[in-house]
Unconditional design. Structure first.
Length: 273
């Protein structure tokens, strides 16, 4: 579709919202995102989208009628000529806007509307709900197949309490307290940074053995001489869930478990280079 649009000399653009409408209306019930806004933008840049528009979803936008959304946003601001929407797309105050309304206004203002059908693989509909369910079940292979890539988390490395270093397993730490994620446990994965890439044993959770209260991602890079990653944005790919997060009776038991995780991480990547 992008290729055909470029052949027509139309600039390609993606319109998104921050926060997502469901997060705005039902923050406590909103499902964890598969990707943050920044991750979404990075992915779109990979596909050479010409422009990305992110509208702040606030009370004013929530009250905007479907008709005004079309005329103010799509027509005047974006100068839309060809619009692609998902199956059963609704928009505007009280979700009054639909495909039929878009087509009606399209005839009036000179833009064409295309409804993209549900996407399926092997006869199975691919959806964010299904991908989240696969991740929660630890089925990273299924999630990877549907996503077309390993499930990835991105973030900036911060200083932790240095407990990992004291135990002999220094970690790169990404706080997740502001972002609910659909995964939890211990994983074999890869960490990519501007300095390089490493296989890593990765923990995502609350750190119950040491009384942790906030979600954090900790990655112990293997075969690396403690790379200094503080302040850098990194990408962490999850390839295999090794086990669930557990609370151990003491630090010695935790240290032994981490050592086993490292062995299992090496084994996984030896079998899946």
């Amino acid at each position: 579709m992008l290729q055909s649009l470029r052949q027509s000399d139309l600039a390609t653009a993606v319109l998104t919202f921050e926060p997502l409408p469901r997060e705005f209306f039902q923050a406590s019930r909103a499902a964890p995102r598969l990707s943050s806004l920044r991750e979404k933008i990075d992915a779109l840049r990979h596909y050479d989208v010409d422009q990305i528009y992110c509208l702040p979803f606030d009370q004013a936008l929530a009250r905007l009628s479907a008709e005004d959304f079309i005329t103010r946003i799509l027509v005047k601001r974006l100068q839309c000529r060809f619009l692609v929407v998902g199956h059963d797309f609704r928009f505007g105050a009280a979700r009054r806007g639909d495909l039929e309304m878009l087509q009606h206004f399209g005839r009036q203002y000179g833009f064409t509307v295309h409804e993209h059908p549900p996407f399926s693989l092997d006869g199975q509909r691919v959806s964010s709900t299904g991908i989240r369910a696969a991740l929660l079940a630890g089925n990273l292979d299924q999630a990877r197949y549907w996503l077309g890539r390993p499930y990835t988390l991105c973030g900036k490395i911060v200083h932790g309490d240095h407990l990992g270093r004291e135990l002999g397993f220094p970690t790169a730490n990404i706080p997740l307290n502001r972002r609910p994620v659909p995964v939890k446990g211990i994983f074999a994965g890869r960490l990519h940074s501007p300095q390089g890439s490493w296989i890593a044993a990765i923990s995502i959770g609350l750190r119950p053995t040491v009384g942790g209260k906030q979600m954090v991602l900790e990655a112990h890079c293997l075969d690396a001489d403690s790379p200094d990653l503080y302040g850098q944005r990194v990408q962490v790919e999850l390839h295999q869930q090794l086990r669930h997060e557990e609370k151990y009776p003491d630090l010695d038991a935790l240290k032994a478990a981490i050592a086993r995780d490292i062995i299992n991480t090496r084994r996984f990547f030896a079998e899946h280079p």
